[in-house]
Design a protein around this ligand. Structure first.
Ligand code: TYD
Ligand code: MG
Length: 444
C-alpha cells in the first residue's frame, strides 16, 4: 500500500476539488472560496471491503416520537437514532419555538433532551419554556458559541437540538461563525456526534435571501433529512415539509398555527384554504389537492376583463403562469373559448401554491367560467389533469380526495372518465372524457 501526500484545493462552498488554487471556484463561481486541504492519497485495498448485499445485516433504525404528530408524519415516523435533521426557515418563522416544544414534549415523555443555543441567553429561553409550559427536569439547556464545549457532554440525551448552525463556531477553524468553513466544521462535528452516540440531532439553519440554507451547499448533503419551515409573514399559519429525507418520503406536509401558546397543529387544514366565497359569482372553482397524505380543498378564482393593452395581460398567484397560458390555449383550440382580447387574473385563496396537475380541471373550469361569465354550481368539485388534446386524465389517489370533498359537504365531483373509482353514498361522481364534454355538462 503506497501512502503519499499531495496538495488538494477544495471549495468551501460546493466541495469542488482541484490540484491548483484559483481565486474563483470553476464549479459554483464563488470568489475566494477555494482553500488548501491536506489530503493523503492512498492506493490499494482499504478496510471498507465490499460484501454481497445478501450477507448484510439489516437493522431498521430505532425511532423516537417528537411528541408532535404533525412533525412525526413529515419526518416519516419520528426522529431516527443517529439521524441528523436540518431545519431551515426565515427569521421569526418559529424554528426555535417548534424545537423547544419538541424538547419539552419529549422530556415529559421521559426522554432527556438537550437544547443548545448560540443565539439566545439562557434566561430568554427559560422564560419562553416557562410561558409555553415546557419546563421539565429532563429538558436541559446550554448556551454558548463553541461547538466543542457545547457537545462535550451529550451521552445521556435522547435528542439534541442546536440553535443554530450559523451561530456557533468550531475551534478547529479560525473564521467567523456562519462562514461556509465554520458551518461545515460545526455540522461535521454534529453529524459525527449523532452517529457515534446514536442520538437524533436537529440543526436549526437560517436561510439566505434566495431561500437556500445559509452555509456551504454541502451542508444539505451531510445531513439525513432537510426540512423547510415556511409561512406567510402576514398569516399565522406555518408549514413544514421535507425537502430531503433518507428515512421517509418527502411529500408530507405539516401545518401549524402560531398562537400565544406556541405552534399548534391545524386539525382541519381544508377549512384553512377554503373561504366559501359567495359562489354566485363567475370564475370560482374548487379542487382537492393531495399534500402527501393530506387532502386539501383549494379554491381557485379567475377574473377576466376586456384588455386595454396591445397584448392581453395574464397574472397569477399560486399557479404557475405558464400553466395559465397553456390552459387558455387548450380552451381556445379545443372548445372555441377564446380569451385573446381578455386580461386574465388567477388566484388561489389562502396563499396556497398549486404544485400538482390534479387541479388542472378546476383551473380550466374557473377560467371558462370567468371568460363566459357563467356561474359554476357551488356544490361541485373538479379533480383531473388536462392534456393538450383537451383530454381529462386520471389523478393519483383519487379516493382520499373525493372522500374529503364529501366530508366537507360537496355534492358532485367531476373526474376523468378513465378513473376507476367506486361510487360513494353522498357525492355524485361525474365522469368526463374531454373538455368539450365537460363544458357541455356544465352548461346544462
Ligand atoms: P422564533 O421561534 O423565535 O422564530 P425563529 O427561531 O424561527 O427565528 O419565533 C418568533 C416569533 O414567534 C415571534 O415573532 C413571536 C412569535 N411567537 C408567538 O406568536 N407565540 C409564541 O408562543 C412564541 C414563543 C413566539
Ligand atoms: Mg430562533
Amino acid at each position: 500500500m503506497s501512502n503519499k501526500t499531495r496538495n488538494v484545493f477544495e471549495c468551501s462552498e460546493c466541495g469542488y476539488t482541484n490540484s491548483a488554487w484559483t481565486g474563483r471556484c470553476p464549479n459554483c463561481q464563488g470568489w475566494g472560496t477555494i482553500l488548501k486541504k491536506e489530503s493523503s492519497v492512498r492506493s490499494g485495498n482499504t478496510s471498507d471491503q465490499a460484501i454481497p448485499v445478501s450477507l448484510m445485516k439489516i437493522e431498521s433504525p430505532g425511532r423516537s416520537s417528537s411528541g408532535i404528530l404533525e412533525l412525526d408524519r413529515v419526518l416519516g415516523g419520528g426522529f431516527v437514532n443517529g439521524g441528523v435533521v436540518l431545519i431551515g426557515g426565515e427569521p421569526g418563522i418559529g424554528k426555535s419555538t417548534l424545537l423547544l416544544q419538541v424538547c419539552g414534549h419529549m422530556a415529559s415523555s421521559g426522554i432527556r433532551t438537550l437544547y443548545l443555543s448560540g443565539e439566545e441567553s439562557p434566561s430568554q429561553i427559560a422564560l419562553r419554556a416557562r410561558r409555553l409550559g415546557l419546563v421539565h427536569k429532563d429538558l436541559h439547556l446550554s448556551c454558548g458559541n463553541v461547538i466543542e464545549s457545547l457537545l462535550s457532554d451529550v451521552l445521556d440525551y435522547g435528542l439534541i437540538v442546536l440553535d443554530s448552525v450559523q451561530a456557533v463556531k468550531s475551534e478547529a477553524e479560525n473564521s467567523w461563525p456562519g462562514s461556509p468553513t465554520q458551518v461545515r466544521a460545526v455540522s461535521q462535528l454534529c453529524v459525527e456526534t449523532a452517529k457515534a452516540n446514536s442520538i437524533p440531532m436537529v440543526l436549526i439553519g437560517h436561510i439566505t435571501k434566495e431561500g437556500r440554507i445559509a452555509g456551504p451547499m454541502l451542508l444539505e448533503h451531510m445531513v439525513d433529512t432537510v426540512l423547510g419551515f415556511s409561512g406567510d409573514k402576514t398569516s399565522s399559519y406555518r408549514m413544514v415539509r421535507a425537502v430531503k429525507n433518507r428515512f421517509g418520503n418527502t411529500d408530507e406536509l405539516g401545518i401549524f398555527e402560531m398562537s400565544g401558546g406556541g405552534l399548534v397543529p391545524v386539525q382541519d387544514p381544508s377549512r384553512l384554504y377554503w373561504n366559501k366565497t359567495d359562489s354566485s359569482v363567475s370564475g370560482v372553482a374548487m379542487s382537492v389537492l393531495l399534500e402527501g397524505s393530506v387532502p386539501l380543498i383549494v379554491e381557485i378564482q379567475s377574473l377576466s376583463c376586456k384588455t386595454s393593452f396591445p397584448y392581453p395581460k395574464r397574472a397569477s398567484y399560486g399557479i404557475d403562469l405558464s400553466k395559465i397560458y397553456l390552459l387558455t390555449a387548450v380552451l381556445d383550440k379545443r372548445c372555441g373559448i377564446s380569451s385573446f382580447n381578455q386580461d386574465i387574473y388567477c388566484n388561489v385563496t389562502g396563499g396556497m401554491v398549486i404544485r400538482e396537475p390534479g387541479a388542472d380541471l378546476a383551473i380550466v373550469a374557473s377560467l371558462a367560467s370567468s371568460v363566459m361569465d357563467m356561474v359554476l354550481p357551488s356544490d361541485c368539485c373538479f379533480i383531473g389533469e388536462v392534456g393538450l388534446a383537451g383530454e381529462i386524465r386520471p389523478v393519483s389517489r383519487l379516493m382520499p380526495r373525493v372522500k374529503e370533498a364529501e366530508r366537507l359537504g360537496f355534492k358532485k365531483v367531476f373526474v376523468s372518465s378513465l378513473e376507476q373509482i367506486v361510487e360513494i353514498n353522498d357525492i355524485e361522481i361525474i365522469r368526463v372524457r374531454n373538455l368539450h364534454d365537460f363544458l357541455e355538462v356544465l352548461r346544462k
